[in-house]
Design a protein around this ligand. Structure first.
Ligand code: UGA
Length: 435
């Protein structure tokens, strides 16, 4: 089966490479010439575990192609995935569907033979139906169906999440489209993961509901951690205590600096807009958005408090910039709120991240870049652990402390235990605990 994937971003690349791995003939289309050229030369533009090898192997086997030629890719493709970005729209926080509709228009013009056009991008409820109407209007003669097939990939484990998902959600109206999607996901169905066939609207809502619910858990545990700081108690133990209740479970209960990334912040905001516009305001999700935005904005106040009331002229090492470990993604990362606030308060910030490169992020103006955690900490008055990279879990704390002007650690990911840290020279501050 020939498959086209429109958009060779994070979702498109992972989906395209994994579909090629299933044996399909996959054409990934992007309008960015430099990206297509890089991919054809074997260079992968994002940091994602296992993706490089998957792309390399499937490209070499002749099953995975990168091209700017959308028409050729879509022509005779039985399935066309739309995997372009749906960023937050300036002004009203809704999902910006400009790229989706543009892609739909180009696909309409290129359709040649029966195709299922599948939304993989995160799109608000109602979009599949709109795309169907758009393509019908633009190409009344075309033989096509539409399907809504949201992704549940986490950055850092996206390949695994695609190949071994908890479920696959497929919204369709037509049997023929169902059969195409069933064929595509047969290798996954064989692993025992359920294929959930439903209508367009349910499929689209499942995606927002999943991200909204997980974000809500994070806002909950973060505020519970704040409460622990005031009244006593250890958030790790509290989380464990509630997590053992099978109705609650342990996932997504790790407190931190606030959720970031390209999905939770954007999708919670878009869900709130959808609900407001539909006349069914989702006050719970609105509160989640507000709480998380505030948490990130308050990070510098938190750090300043921990450092005795002022950061002026203090040298502060920030370890980790990416919004979470195992990715180079900086979108909505807490570092983008914390670091500019610290530099504005006249702190001298020196940053280190295992993969994020300093170039081009305007929020990091005036920041010094170090090549290792130890180099960053040298002469510093405090070290802030901001991303939970594994390499920060096993730091030689005696060595680190020795090179610092003052051995202070602000652990915004609770990577260390207060008991262990008590054996080191560090003054230690963490989240939701008494240290
Ligand atoms: C999220 C969802 O988990 C995926 O299922 C979904 O497909 C994806 O969004 C998307 O919509 O494309 P992702 O943003 O890659 O994936 O990352 P997560 O691992 O879910 O983390 C999101 C944020 O929550 C990060 O800032 C992370 O640091 C934070 N987090 C996560 C916590 O603070 N504590 C936790 O216990 C878990």
């Amino acid at each position: 089966m020939k498959i086209a994937v429109i958009g060779a971003g994070y979702v498109g690349l992972v989906s395209g490479a994994c579909l090629a791995q299933f044996g399909f003939d996959v054409f990934c289309v992007d309008h960015d010439a430099a990206k297509v050229e890089a991919l054809n030369a074997g260079r992968v533009p994002i940091h994602e575990a296992g993706l490089g090898k998957l792309i390399h192997d499937n490209a070499r086997a002749g099953r995975l192609h990168f091209t700017m030629d959308l028409k050729a890719a879509v022509s005779k493709a039985e399935a066309v995935f739309i995997a372009v970005s749906t960023p937050t729209r300036r002004g009203d926080d809704a999902a910006d569907l400009a790229y989706v509709h543009q892609a739909a228009s180009q696909i309409a013009a290129a359709l040649d033979g029966y195709s299922v056009i599948i939304t993989k991008s995160t799109v608000p409820v109602g979009t599949a139906r709109k795309i169907k109407a758009q393509i019908t209007a633009e190409r009344p003669d075309a033989d096509f169906d539409v399907a809504a097939n949201p992704e549940f990939l986490r950055e850092g484990s996206a390949v695994d999440d695609f190949l071994k998902p908890d479920r696959v959600v497929i919204g369709t109206e037509k049997k023929r489209a169902q059969e195409v999607l069933r064929k595509i996901y047969q290798p996954i169905a064989m692993t025992g993961a359920p294929l959930i066939f439903t209508d367009f609207e349910s499929a689209e809502l499942i995606k927002y509901a999943a991200n909204g619910y997980l974000a809500m858990r994070l806002a909950f545990i973060n505020q519970l951690a704040d409460l622990c700081e005031e009244v006593g108690g250890d958030i790790a133990v509290v989380a464990k205590g509630i997590g053992h209740d099978k109705r609650i479970g342990h996932h997504y209960l790790q407190p931190g600096p606030g959720f970031g990334g390209s999905c939770f912040p954007k999708d919670t905001k878009a869900l709130a807009v959808t609900a407001r516009e539909a006349g069914a305001p989702f006050s719970l999700i609105e509160a989640v958005v507000k709480a998380n935005d505030k948490r990130k904005l308050d990070l510098s106040t938190r750090v300043t408090r921990m450092l005795g009331g002022s950061v002026a002229d203090k040298r502060i090492a920030v370890l980790g910039l990416a919004f979470k470990a195992d990715t180079d993604d900086m979108r909505d990362a807490p570092a983008l709120d914390l670091i500019p606030a610290l530099t504005a308060a006249k702190a001298q910030v020196v940053a280190y991240d295992p993969v994020v490169k300093p170039n081009g992020v305007s929020a990091f103006e005036g920041v010094e870049w170090a090549k290792s955690a130890y180099a960053a900490a040298k002469g510093a008055d405090a070290v802030i652990l901001l991303t939970e990279w594994n390499e920060f879990r096993g730091l030689d704390l005696a060595k680190l402390a020795k090179s610092m002007r003052a051995a202070v650690m602000i652990d915004l990911r609770n990577l260390y235990s207060p008991t262990d840290i008590a054996k080191t020279p560090f003054a230690y501050h963490s989240i939701g605990r008494q240290a």
